[in-house]
Design a protein around this ligand. Structure first.
Ligand SMILES: Cc1cc2nc3c(=O)[nH]c(=O)nc-3n(C[C@H](O)[C@H](O)[C@H](O)COP(=O)(O)OP(=O)(O)OC[C@H]3O[C@@H](n4cnc5c(N)ncnc54)[C@H](O)[C@@H]3O)c2cc1C
Length: 558
């Protein structure tokens, strides 16, 4: 991908067929589909790509067993079709980027025979709906087999479990890779570019948007024949910019995850906790050397700050601990994430967990704005297909087949599951680094390591307890439009998720390398690292966890 300044020059005051607003899963999917159908396309995001909901998910590629249960209980054919479509998208998502997404087994522990029969029957229906897109069949596991697979499970009264398959993926990297693939196909993508107003023709149709660069506050115009609003939780803001007074449609549900040392639930399988006090399901999923546990559900607005609270940690651990032989304590939490599910309101449903995960397309008759709202990560491609079909109709051109059903994303070409071995031998790097880089970049990992061959100092790890290497910071800045320390540590490297404390330690190194690329002075690099450290310390404080005292050379974080 081109650098940010160069991209800015190529889009400011230029005209495109399509302007996609929002660089999360939905917008990136729309931009790629639009470009691959031959439309000149620009993608704008107000912050970092994947900077909102799309990097805070449970990272599961799924039809949704809970939504299926709801569909069956309520005899809801629409909900059933949502699950069915998602199950078919699941397999496409796995095939299009095999290094970023993989099948995973989920185990539902059962402490009563009746529960085992209920889940076994329900998950057979899940298999049946997936049919040809099934990953592997669900099955009952004996008590012994269940304890072999999850040794830390509470064995008292355990009768066995039901195992079923879904997928797991790296949400932030999947999002960034969609954008890279879009750029490779000739699209233009710019982050930190907020749409703040629209211009209209005499008949009221949108002709251009005004954009504000979030770093310089300079404004410019982007003209387009069609505008796609893919801003997830912020969809109403853009709808109201296009049509002042438009009725709000979005309901936001905050979801929180915590990360724990993997030792609390060792193994390769995930666990589904089928019922919480408030009728939800919880997941405990192995994630890049940690255990990801979530999620909660609480209605919020776009004005609420999203962070993990002490109470949410207590809620998640209370439920997890009912299933574990040795209880986990709050001080074992190493990091957390909070995000807002963009749900489309349906009548007066008071409970967000009952709102459908289906998506909705709206074409505003006055302005022509095309809004794609709701949905979930797993269905991003189908949402994009629907949105771009509508764009083509809006432009008065024939609706063509979506090319994204089977379009390998960058890094998938030539990728095999043992590709990491080639990296390890070609570049003489340790196995954990090779596995980590192959899982983040696929075959593009070679380009990252080429940087380290040119400058051997870049082969060094950023912090001792995490496999990321310094070359990734340079690569993030040059090729992936990383502009801040958080862009690098959270979404591009995943270190902020691995450990808040390690992320604080990494900040000065990342600040210095990123600063070199972006032209910061040494003082700026230090103060930026310090600000980042203070931000993470605040997250630790809000979560009721011990803060990091300065031991990094970056100064006082408080
Ligand atoms: C806790 C949680 C767990 C989840 N788990 C799963 C899961 O396991 N599997 C699954 O399939 N789905 C899951 N989901 C749902 C999924 O994450 C979301 O449906 C999806 O990420 C939404 O993507 P989006 O692109 O629509 O929105 P976002 O990712 O929020 O992107 C919207 C973008 O629009 C940009 N924007 C806003 N205003 C402007 C503007 N004025 N100008 C330019 N850009 C703007 C924002 O900066 C943002 O980047 C989960 C959601 C949550 C909250």
């Amino acid at each position: 991908m081109k650098g940010r300044s160069e991209t800015l020059r190529s889009i400011a005051d230029k005209a495109f067929d399509v302007c996609v607003i929002g660089g999360g899963a939905t917008g990136s999917g729309c931009a790629l589909d639009s470009r691959l159908r031959g439309l000149t396309t620009v993608l704008l995001d107000a912050a970092d790509f994947a900077g909102a909901t799309s990097s805070t998910s449970t990272k599961i590629v799924h039809g949704g067993v809970r939504y299926l249960e709801q569909a069956v209980k309520d005899l809801d054919a629409k909900q059933y079709r949502v699950v069915q479509r998602a199950l078919h998208e699941r397999i496409r998502m796995l095939h299009n980027a095999p290094y970023l997404a993989r099948p995973m087994e989920f185990i539902v522990p059962c402490y009563r025979r009746l529960d085992a029969a209920y889940f076994a029957a329900g998950l057979k229906i899940y298999d049946w709906i997936a049919r040809g897109a099934r990953l592997f069949p669900s099955r009952f596991l004996s008590r012994e087999e269940t304890l072999r697979r999850i040794p830390s499970l509470n064995p008292d009264h355990l009768v066995g479990s039901v195992a079923y398959a879904d997928g797991q993926f790296d949400d932030a990297r999947y999002n960034l890779t969609l954008i890279q693939t879009f750029a490779q196909a000739g699209g233009e993508a710019l982050n930190y570019a907020r749409v703040i107003a629209f211009e209209r023709s005499v008949d009221g149709k949108l002709t251009a948007c005004q954009v504000e660069d979030q770093f310089t506050h300079q404004r410019f115009t982007v003209r387009a024949r069609a505008f796609v609003n893919a801003t997830g939780p912020f969809a109403d803001t853009i709808r109201q910019l296009a049509t002042p007074g438009a009725t709000p449609r979005m309901r936001l549900s905050k979801g929180v995850h915590i990360l724990l040392p993997l030792e609390v639930m060792p193994g390769d399988d995930a666990m589904l906790i089928p019922k919480t006090e408030d009728g939800r399901v919880l997941f405990a999923v192995p994630w890049k050397g940690r255990l990801l546990v979530g999620t909660t559900e609480q209605e919020v607005t776009i004005h609420d700050e999203l962070y993990v609270t002490k109470e949410e940690i207590a809620y998640l651990l209370r439920h997890l601990n009912r299933y574990l032989a040795a209880p986990v304590k709050p001080d074992q939490v190493v990091s957390g994430i909070a995000g807002a599910r963009p749900l489309v309101s349906a009548g007066d449903s008071r409970d967000t967990k009952k709102l459908s995960r289906d998506h909705e397309l709206e074409v505003d008759s006055q302005s022509g704005l095309i809004s794609i709202m709701g949905g979930k990560w797993t269905t991003y491609r189908a949402m994009a297909e629907d949105a771009v079909n509508t764009v083509q109709k809006h432009l008065g051109i024939p609706v063509t087949e979506s090319p994204t059903k089977s379009h390998p994303l960058i890094g998938s070409e030539g990728f095999t599951l043992d590709y990491w071995k080639k990296l390890a031998s070609d570049y003489r790097i340790p196995e954990p680094t090779a596995r980590y880089l192959a899982g983040k970049f696929g075959t593009v990992a070679a380009k990252v390591l080429d940087l380290a061959q040119e400058d051997p100092a870049l082969a060094a790890p950023i912090v001792p307890d995490f496999p990321a290497v310094r070359a990734q910071v340079i690569y993030s800045a040059r090729t992936e439009m990383a502009m801040t320390i958080e862009d690098v540590l959270f979404r591009r490297l995943g270190l902020q998720l691995y450990s808040w404390h390690s992320a604080i330690h990494a900040a000065p190194v990342v600040g210095s390398l990123l600063g070199r690329e972006l032209g910061w002075s040494p003082d700026e690099s230090v103060s930026t690292a310090r600000e980042y450290g203070a931000k993470i310390n605040r997250l630790l404080m809000l979560a009721g966890l011990e803060q990091q005292h300065d031991s990094t050379g970056a100064g006082d974080f408080s």
